[in-house]
Design a protein. Structure first.
Length: 252
């Protein structure tokens, strides 16, 4: 049996004393696509932002329990948070390219990490754009401003900007929510290849996307993890009535 990349034990996240995620136990395995579904205010984004400690930026945030990455609690005092965020990279619903060229968007993080060799930079850029299914579309345009790209291309650029740092875990918070079906399909196609090199956690409000683009699915409701299991099984034979009711409501 695979050793989990991430292990969550009894994790509770609160804001101003109010729990957003409650007593969560969950594992994320290497080279899997885990989808997280559930209605609004179910704790999905809070959980994602706990994985790379972005919730720390909220002064009202408190937590209990553990999140282990390769057996090490990410909330230990000696954890390098900047390094953690490089290794657990996040892509948001709205793409935000930096106001530079496509190439400079991608190498910025590498240069911050101390990588200066041009051949290495070029190699990492091409690899990341390839995994994001964007290389063929921009390979002759790398010095153009990133903001000239379409919305779907900008989102794939943001995915590549995370991938260039070679993360262990890629977390995506509704990455296709504002995209057309063609752009959505390209991102879903990218996830198939990406799981060969990283674990993927995908929060989506689109249950059909979860069914297409994940190996396992977790259903969150009001801060609780109701059920998690292989996607095909959860969508056809959920074990919990709350999961079944939610899916029936989504699919009609």
């Amino acid at each position: 049996m695979q050793t989990p990349k991430i292990q969550v034990h009894g994790f509770t996240a609160c804001f101003d004393g109010k729990p957003a995620v409650k007593n969560l136990d969950l594992e994320i395995f290497p080279h899997e696509r885990l989808a997280i579904i559930g209605p609004a205010s179910s704790g999905k984004t809070t959980f994602l932002r706990s994985l790379n400690r972005l919730n720390d930026l909220d002064p009202g945030f408190t937590h209990s329990g553990e999140i282990l990455r390769d057996g090490k609690n990410i909330y230990d005092a000696d954890v390098d948070v900047a390094e953690l965020r490089r290794k657990i990279g996040m892509v948001y619903a709205v793409p935000v390219p930096l106001p530079w060229s496509i190439y400079d968007n991608l190498v910025y993080g590498l240069r911050l990490a101390g990588i200066r060799d041009r051949a290495t930079l070029d190699e990492r850029v091409q690899a990341a754009l390839g995994y994001a299914v964007l290389w063929d579309e921009v390979k002759d345009r790398l010095q153009e401003p990133a903001n000239v790209l379409s919305g779907g291309q900008q989102q794939r650029l943001c995915i590549a900007r995370v991938l260039v740092l070679e993360p262990d875990v890629l977390i995506l918070d509704e990455p296709c929510s504002g995209l057309d079906p063609i752009s959505t399909a390209k991102i879903e196609d990218a996830l198939v290849a990406l799981k060969e090199r990283t674990s993927i956690v995908l929060v989506t409000n689109n249950t059909k996307q979860a069914a297409r683009a994940s190996d396992r699915t977790a259903f969150f409701l009001l801060g609780d993890l109701v059920e998690v299991g292989p996607t095909a099984q959860l969508f056809t034979k959920p074990t919990q009535k709350k999961t079944n009711d939610y899916l029936v409501g989504q699919f009609g």
